[in-house]
Design a protein around this ligand. Structure first.
Ligand SMILES: [Zn+2]
Ligand SMILES: [Zn+2]
Length: 268
């Protein structure tokens, strides 16, 4: 029961991060009605629980990452840190500053992200984070049957930042490159299911507006498959087709190596 619950929480948490905070809040890769947006916003908050990432702060910091990828101004580049922990600390400091307003970003990185003050405020409170942590602990108390199960518990508290650190560290350090982008981005796994497509960093940096992070035949982007399903159910509308499909339909190809995160963002 516990390993299954852990795997489910891991997969869902990173799926919602990829689907909502990354591809919607930061990039606007799809549009949807206001009620669907609210439903997705709330679902993301409930699934991520203790480690909910504020969509506005996430979007701003992620746009900075695309614009300054692997330079001194990148908020989280492994090229400028000795280990993942130091990179996480710097990321956390900038994220907290953007969240509270003590750090101001450039105007070009602002706007176009979903904001729901009541939910964002509630889920960013420490009392809410601790309450979710207590719920996870009660669940483990009820269902843990082996001592090693308890070693998994702390991960539930910090899942969001851990997913971000894995993607930012590994995705800019290990793996292969399909495109000669200006940054150090890599595709870490040929079949990235552990991080729902987020580890196709090289493909994504080269084609920041393409909703499908897979670029080669052997690559599979799980979040893109979920987006296709949601689009088929008419819950979302994909803003721009992936490059392969676009070429087949005779439309203009996506810009490559633009370094811009915001090609799909209407406000920037
Ligand atoms: Zn990146
Ligand atoms: Zn991105």
């Amino acid at each position: 029961m516990i390993p299954f619950a852990f795997a489910s929480h891991w997969s869902l948490s990173v799926l919602f991060q990829s689907l909502f905070q990354h591809r919607y809040a930061a990039h606007r890769m799809y549009t949807m009605g206001p009620r669907t947006e609210r439903a997705l916003h709330l679902s993301t908050a409930l699934v991520q629980g203790s480690s909910f990432l504020d969509p506005r702060a996430y979007a701003i910091m992620h746009r900075e990452h695309h614009a300054f990828a692997d330079t001194e101004r990148d908020p989280h580049s492994p090229a400028h840190h000795k280990n993942p922990l130091r990179m996480m600390l710097q990321t956390a400091r900038r994220y907290a500053g953007l969240l509270t307003g003590s750090i101001k970003s450039e105007p070009r990185f602002l706007g176009g992200y979903p904001e729901w003050p009541a939910v964002d405020r509630l889920f960013n409170q420490w009392t809410t984070r601790v309450a979710f942590g207590a719920l996870y602990t009660l669940f483990y108390k009820r269902f843990a049957t082996r001592r090693w199960h308890w070693a998994l518990l702390p991960m539930h508290f910090v899942m969001g930042p851990v997913h971000g650190a894995i993607v930012n560290w590994c995705g800019h350090r290990y793996g292969y490159r399909n495109f000669a982008s200006r940054d150090e981005s890599r595709n870490t796994l040929p079949m990235d299911v552990l991080c729902m497509g987020e580890l196709f960093q090289n493909n994504h940096h080269a084609r920041p507006a393409s909703p499908d992070f897979a670029a080669k035949r052997f690559e599979l982007d799980p979040t893109w498959q979920v987006m296709r399903l949601l689009a088929r159910l008419k819950l979302i509308r994909i803003a721009q087709a992936p490059q392969g499909e676009q070429a087949a339909r005779g439309r203009a190809p996506l810009r490559e190596n633009s370094g811009g995160a915001l090609a799909a963002s209407p406000s920037l």
